[in-house]
Design a binder for this molecule. Structure first.
Ligand code: CP
Ligand code: NVA
Length: 307
C-alpha cells in the first residue's frame, strides 16, 4: 500500500501518471461528468491546523468522486486529550478507506501511516506540502510555462516541496532566502541526490535577483507559517527586501507566471500589484487543488495492492 507523504517517495513516472490522471478527471468534471471512481469510499480528514483550500478541495473532491469526507479537528478528537496517534490510526483506518492529515510535525504523519491500514495523504506538515505541488505543476502545464522556477522567501515546507518536485522531474529551481532562513540541509541533500538521477538543476542563494533572473515561474509563500506566530515581528523585519514586487518580476522571463499556494499576505511576500496582475494563474492554481488531489486519491486507491 502506498502513502502520499512526500514526493520523494514517488518516481518521476508515478508523479506524471498522477498528473495525467488528474487532467483526465478534470476534463470530465469540466463537462459535468463525475465518474464514481471512489464510490462509497470515506476519507477521514484530520486537521491540527487551520485550512480553507485543503479542507474544501478534499471534501468536494471526495463528494464528486462518489465518496464522502469526514472533517475531524484534532481538538475534538481524543488525540486532543492524549490518545496516542498510533491508536487513532488503528481505529480510524479500520473504518475509512483513506486518511488525510494536516499536522504540526511531519513525524505525526509518519507514525499515523505506520499504523494505518489505508493510504495516508499529507495535507501539509512542517516539512512538506506535496498535494499543493501537484496542483502547482498541473497549473504550470496548463499555462505552458517553461521549467525554470524561482522560489523567493522562507526556506519552509513549500520550499522543501518545490525541491522534491523539481529534483524528481528534472526541472530547474533557484531558491533565494534571507540568511538564517535557508532550507533544511537534509532535504536539500536528498534533492541534490535526486537531481543526479533526474538532471535537475538546483541553486541556493540569498540574492533574489540572482534567483529570479530569466525564470519562467516565480513563486513565494508566507513569511510566517502556521505555528510561527510568536516569531512574526522578527520574521517581518528579517524578510525585508524579499517581497516579490513588479521590479523583481521584470527581471524574470517575459510572461513569467507567478504562483502562490495562498493565503497571501500582500505587502509582505508579494506586492498587491503583482498579486492582482497574476490573479488568473493564482486562482487557477487554487482550483487545481481540487483536480490534482482527485488524481492523488484515485491513484492511491488503484495502487492499494502495490508496495
Ligand atoms: N494552500 C493551502 O494549503 O491552503 P489552506 O491552508 O487554506 O488549506
Ligand atoms: N508555509 C505555510 C503554507 C500554508 C499553505 C504554512 O505552513 O503555514
Amino acid at each position: 500500500m502506498r502513502h502520499f507523504l512526500t514526493l520523494n517517495d514517488f518516481s518521476k513516472d508515478e508523479i506524471l501518471n498522477i498528473i495525467n490522471l488528474a487532467r483526465e478527471i478534470k476534463k470530465e468534471a469540466k463537462q459535468k461528468e463525475y465518474k464514481p471512481y471512489l464510490k462509497e469510499q470515506t476519507l477521514a480528514m484530520i486537521f491540527e491546523k487551520s485550512s480553507t483550500r485543503t479542507r474544501v478541495s478534499f471534501e468536494v473532491g471526495m463528494h464528486q468522486l462518489g465518496g464522502k469526507a469526514l472533517f475531524l479537528s484534532s481538538n475534538d478528537l481524543q488525540i486532543g486529550r492524549g490518545e496516542p496517534i498510533k491508536d487513532t490510526a488503528r481505529v480510524i483506518s479500520r473504518m475509512v478507506d483513506m486518511a488525510m492529515l494536516r499536522v504540526n510535525r511531519h513525524e505525526t504523519l509518519e507514525e499515523f501511516a505506520k499504523f494505518s491500514l489505508v493510504p495516508v495523504i499529507n495535507g501539509l506538515s512542517d516539512k512538506f506540502h506535496p498535494v499543493q505541488l501537484m496542483a502547482d505543476y498541473l497549473t504550470m502545464l496548463e499555462f505552458a510555462s517553461g521549467d525554470k522556477i524561482a522560489y523567493v522567501g522562507d526556506g519552509n515546507n513549500m520550499a522543501h516541496s518545490w525541491l522534491m518536485l523539481v529534483s524528481k522531474l528534472g526541472l530547474e529551481l533557484r531558491i533565494a532566502t534571507p540568511k538564517g532562513y535557508e532550507v533544511d540541509e537534509q532535504i536539500l541533500k536528498q534533492a541534490l541526490k535526486n537531481a543526479e538521477i533526474s538532471g535537475a538543476k538546483i541553486h541556493i542563494t540569498n540574492d533574489i535577483k540572482e534567483a529570479v533572473s530569466n525564470v519562467d515561474v516565480v513563486t513565494t509563500d508566507t513569511w510566517v507559517s502556521m505555528g510561527q506566530e510568536a516569531e512574526k515581528e522578527r520574521r517581518l523585519k528579517e524578510f525585508d527586501g524579499y517581497c516579490v514586487d513588479e521590479k523583481l518580476m521584470q527581471i524574470a522571463s517575459k510572461n513569467a507566471l507567478f504562483l502562490h499556494c495562498l493565503p497571501a499576505y500582500r505587502g509582505y511576500e508579494v506586492s498587491e500589484a503583482v498579486f492582482e496582475a497574476h490573479a488568473d494563474e493564482i486562482f487557477a492554481e487554487a482550483e487545481n487543488r481540487l483536480h490534482a488531489q482527485k488524481g492523488v486519491m484515485v491513484w492511491l486507491d488503484k495502487n492499494k495492492g502495490n508496495q
